[in-house]
Design a protein around this ligand. Sequence first.
Ligand code: NAG
Ligand code: NAG
Length: 367
Amino acid sequence: MEHTYLINRACSLSDSIERMQAVAAFAVSAVASQWDRTGKPFNPLLGETFELIREDQGFRLVSEQVSHHPPVSAFHAESLSGDFVFHGSIYPKLKFWGKSVEAEPRGTITLELLKHSEVYTWSNPYCCVHNIILGKLWIEQYGTVEIVNHSTREKCVLNFKPCGMFGKELHKVEGYIQDKSKKKLCVIYGKWTECMWSVDPQAYETYKKSDKKGDKTKKNEELQKAENDEADDMPEVQETVSVIPGSTLLWRIESRPAHSATMYNFTNFAVALNELEPGMEAVLAPTDSRFRPDIRAMENGNIDEASKEKERLEEKQRAARKERAKQEEEWITRWFQMGTNPFTGSQEWIYSGGYFNRNYQNLPDIY
Ligand SMILES: *[C@@H]1O[C@H](CO)[C@@H](O)[C@H](O)[C@H]1NC(C)=O
Ligand SMILES: *[C@@H]1O[C@H](CO)[C@@H](O)[C@H](O)[C@H]1NC(C)=O
């Protein structure tokens, strides 16, 4: 939600292609927070919730951990002015490849621009963390992300490129918007770690042709580099995006705050998420992440207490699961139910509403 301004921009635009461009930039920007964040994530507890109200950005959001094995977080955000609804689930299917771990995104993401009666859906790219055993950790995202406009079947196809042997493609994203007759209307390019641009398809082709000529001289140097390709290191070639004349900037990443490195490489937006502001305690659901004692201890720098609390919570979760098994009870999710996404027809976690009525009786005691 860090880049909600891009959704707000999409809502405000009258041209449908420009709207799709803003949505594409939003989809890319949403994975940019992964950059340099190779730490092992905290696994939410089953039934843990998180809410976020940002009046300055005009939205509110609620999420719930709806499954523990496999871990699935469902979320639902809506604009305070009724302009959009944004929902989906984060459901990474992990595969271990020895030296790396790959997360396949199973959840679908849906953005409804209500004023324009438009619905867009997509899935995130694959995410791979390299060198989990030895060497320096680094992140690669790859795969095709297709953003579909369900009203007309118009599409934006974004190709997150694997870094390749020489690392030339590292972090690159390239794609296009096409109409239903598959005519390319515009090209979108950039890096998910940096910025995204859009340009006319013709200008793009012309530029690519002139760019190819300079390429051959570089090849030899690169071949030499590839010889000592023992470890799975992140390639050093890290050119910035070269801007094709006539391009329009869609999004540029903000630099991380100065103390980011000591704060899990969080962005400015993420750093504030666990803040328990005055007055919040009285209104938040008791399952809210901000009340999670192990994370709070960690944030306060009490590492010993944090690990003790983490163990206690995990033990409590296991005991509760055993007890349910004994009573032959099923876990019941609170704010989301399995249902059919009307736009894609697939089974998904759908928000059942009511969270912000703030009636929090009968919530499970997970802390
Ligand atoms: C933060 O980024 C630095 C620089 O790339 C890296 O060395 C460090 O491991 C990262 N920390 C986390 C918690 O991901
Ligand atoms: C999406 O569908 C709507 C409704 O049919 C249409 O007006 C709009 O032009 C489409 N937008 C894009 C970007 O394809």
